[in-house]
Design a protein around this ligand. Structure first.
Ligand code: MN
Ligand code: MN
Length: 469
C-alpha cells in the first residue's frame, strides 16, 4: 500500500477524535454563539434549583405547556408538566404511538454544590455578625472563601407567608464573603492538607459590623435582625423555617479571546437542564411520548420528595395514563420497561494541567461534542448503571444520522475515583439509560468552564433523541 492508501484505510477504520470547531461552518459557529447567549441569560437569573424551576415553568407555559392538574383528558400532541414543590419538575409531550411502547426520557438536575445556612445561623463575634453555613454537595472548601457570595432562597412564616430572597446579584445590592487568613500569618494553615486548610465550621459568612446604637451585648446581631425585620418582616425564629443558599455572586460569561467557552457557577447540571428544556420546546407531535425531568437533590444522593428517588415522577406518569383513560394494573411498570432515557448530566473534561487523573484514551475533551458515559461508578464500576450495548448502538445510530458530535469516556482513571448521576434510579425501573451530557472543567467549583460547541451539540443531540428514539 502506498502512503495515500494507508491514510485512507486509517480514515476508514479509526475512531477519529478531533476538535469539533474544525468541522463547523461560519454559519454553524454563529448558531452556536447565538444559542449560548440564551443560555448565559438563563443562568444569570437561575442560580438555585428554585430559580431554575421558576424560570423553566415560565418558558414551558409560554410554549403551550399546561399544569397537568388543570387538564382533564390528554390526547396526542398535548403538553403538560408537574411542578414538584418548586424544586423539581417533569414535563411531557404526549406521543402519537401507543404509550405502552415506552417513553423517551431526558433527565437532568437543577441543584448545584453551594453553602446552605444552618437552622440557627446568626451570631456575633468581636463586633462582626455572621451566618453559620453547612455546605451542600461535594465542594473544595478553600474555594469558597474570599469570593463574592449572594443569598438566595425562601423564608416561610408560620402564617404561610413565603418571602423570596435574592440579594447580591444587582449591582446596587451588597454582597457577602467568607474571610480567609492573610499569608503573612498562615504558616500553620499552609502546612495543612488542602482538605483541612479550611474547616466546615469556619465557613461563616460575614454579614455586618454596625452596632444597634446602644451599648448592649450582641448589638451588631440586633442591628442585623432589625434590618431583616424592616426588610422582610421576620424575626430570628423565622430563619428556622427558611431555605437560604449562598452562591457565587459572579456573572455567567462568555470566555476566551475566541469566545469559545462559558464560565459560570452551577453549570453542573444547569447546562443540561437548559439544553434539554430548549430542545423539548421545539418538539411537536412526537411519535413516542417525550418526557423531560428536571430533578433536585442529585448532589446529595437524590433522596427526599424532590429528589429522583422519590415516587413523585411515577405519580406524574400514572396521572398521564389516567388522563389518557387507559390506565390499568401494572401498566406503569410495563411502560417503564419499554422506555429509553438519556441521563443528562455533566461529565469531567480533560484538563491538561491535571491530566494525571484521566486516562487520555478514555477521557472526554472540551469541544469534542456531547460526552457519553456507558457507566459511571467508582473503582470497579461500583454503584454504576452500565448501559446495554444494544442501547448504546441505538444512541450512536441516532447521533451519527444527525451528525451530532459525540465522544465516549470515563470519569477519571480506574482507581482514582468516580461519580454518580440519576441514571441508576431510572434504570432500576427497567428503563434503558445512558449518561449523556456536557464536559466541564473545574467541576463543583464556584466557577465552572464549558465549551459552547458541546452545549449546542447536547441541545441538538437531545432533540434528535426525542424525535427518533
Ligand atoms: Mn451533575
Ligand atoms: Mn455534580
Amino acid at each position: 500500500m502506498d502512503k495515500k492508501e494507508l491514510e485512507e484505510l486509517k480514515q476508514k477504520l479509526f475512531n477519529k477524535k478531533e476538535n469539533g470547531w474544525n468541522s463547523k461552518t461560519n454559519q454553524e459557529k454563529q448558531e452556536i454563539f447565538d444559542y449560548s447567549k440564551g443560555y448565559i441569560d438563563y443562568m444569570n437569573i437561575s442560580k438555585t434549583e428554585r430559580e431554575i424551576i421558576y424560570n423553566s415553568e415560565k418558558i414551558a407555559i409560554e410554549n403551550g405547556f399546561k399544569d397537568i392538574k388543570d387538564v382533564k383528558d390528554l390526547n396526542p400532541g398535548d403538553k403538560v408538566y408537574w411542578n414538584n414543590r418548586g424544586k423539581s419538575m417533569y414535563l411531557a409531550i404526549i406521543g402519537k404511538n401507543n404509550i405502552e411502547d415506552g417513553l423517551n426520557i431526558i433527565g437532568s438536575h437543577a441543584d448545584s454544590p453551594r453553602l446552605d445556612l444552618k437552622p440557627n445561623p446568626l451570631y456575633e463575634d468581636s463586633d462582626f455578625a455572621y451566618f453559620k453555613t453547612h455546605y451542600y454537595g461535594g465542594i473544595k472548601k478553600y474555594q469558597w472563601t474570599a469570593i463574592p457570595l449572594s443569598i438566595h432562597g425562601v423564608i416561610v412564616k408560620t402564617n404561610g407567608e413565603k418571602i423570596f430572597v435574592s440579594i447580591g446579584e444587582d449591582r446596587d445590592d451588597p454582597i457577602f464573603t467568607i474571610t480567609d487568613l492573610l499569608p503573612h500569618l498562615a504558616q500553620d494553615q499552609m502546612k495543612k492538607k488542602l482538605s483541612e486548610g479550611i474547616e466546615g465550621e469556619d465557613l461563616n459568612l460575614l454579614i455586618g459590623n454596625i452596632p444597634f446604637d446602644t451599648d448592649i451585648p450582641e448589638a451588631v446581631k440586633l442591628n442585623i435582625l432589625n434590618i431583616l425585620n424592616e426588610k422582610y418582616g421576620i424575626t430570628e425564629k423565622d430563619l428556622l423555617s427558611s431555605e437560604l443558599e449562598l452562591v457565587p455572586a459572579m456573572l455567567c460569561r462568555s470566555m476566551g479571546f475566541d469566545n469559545s467557552m462559558i464560565a459560570g457557577y452551577g453549570q453542573d447540571d444547569k447546562i443540561c437542564v437548559y439544553a434539554s428544556l430548549t430542545a423539548l420546546m421545539e418538539i411537536q407531535n412526537p411519535e413516542k411520548t417525550a418526557i423531560c425531568i428536571i430533578s433536585d437533590k442529585e448532589e446529595i444522593g437524590s433522596m427526599g420528595n424532590t429528589g429522583m428517588e422519590s415516587h413523585v415522577f411515577d405519580t406524574f406518569i400514572s396521572e398521564i395514563l389516567n388522563k389518557l383513560n387507559i390506565n390499568r394494573p401494572n401498566l406503569l411498570e410495563k411502560v417503564f420497561c419499554n422506555s429509553k432515557m438519556l441521563s443528562a448530566d455533566v461529565d469531567v473534561g480533560l484538563d491538561p494541567i491535571y491530566s494525571s487523573v484521566s486516562e487520555k484514551n478514555n477521557a472526554c475533551y472540551l469541544s469534542r461534542g456531547i460526552a457519553l458515559n456507558k457507566y459511571t461508578g467508582a473503582r470497579g464500576k461500583s454503584g454504576a448503571s452500565d448501559a446495554n450495548a444494544e442501547f448504546v448502538a441505538e444512541i450512536r445510530k441516532i447521533f451519527e444520522n444527525y451528525n451530532i458530535k459525540y465522544q465516549f469516556g470515563e470519569l477519571g482513571k480506574v482507581d482514582v475515583g468516580g461519580g454518580g448521576t440519576i441514571a441508576y434510579i431510572l434504570a432500576n425501573k427497567g428503563i434503558e439509560v445512558i449518561d449523556c451530557g456536557v464536559p466541564v472543567l473545574s467541576m463543583h467549583s464556584p466557577y465552572e468552564v464549558t465549551s459552547k460547541l458541546d452545549l449546542y451539540e447536547a441541545y441538538r443531540g437531545y432533540k434528535a433523541f426525542w424525535k427518533n428514539a
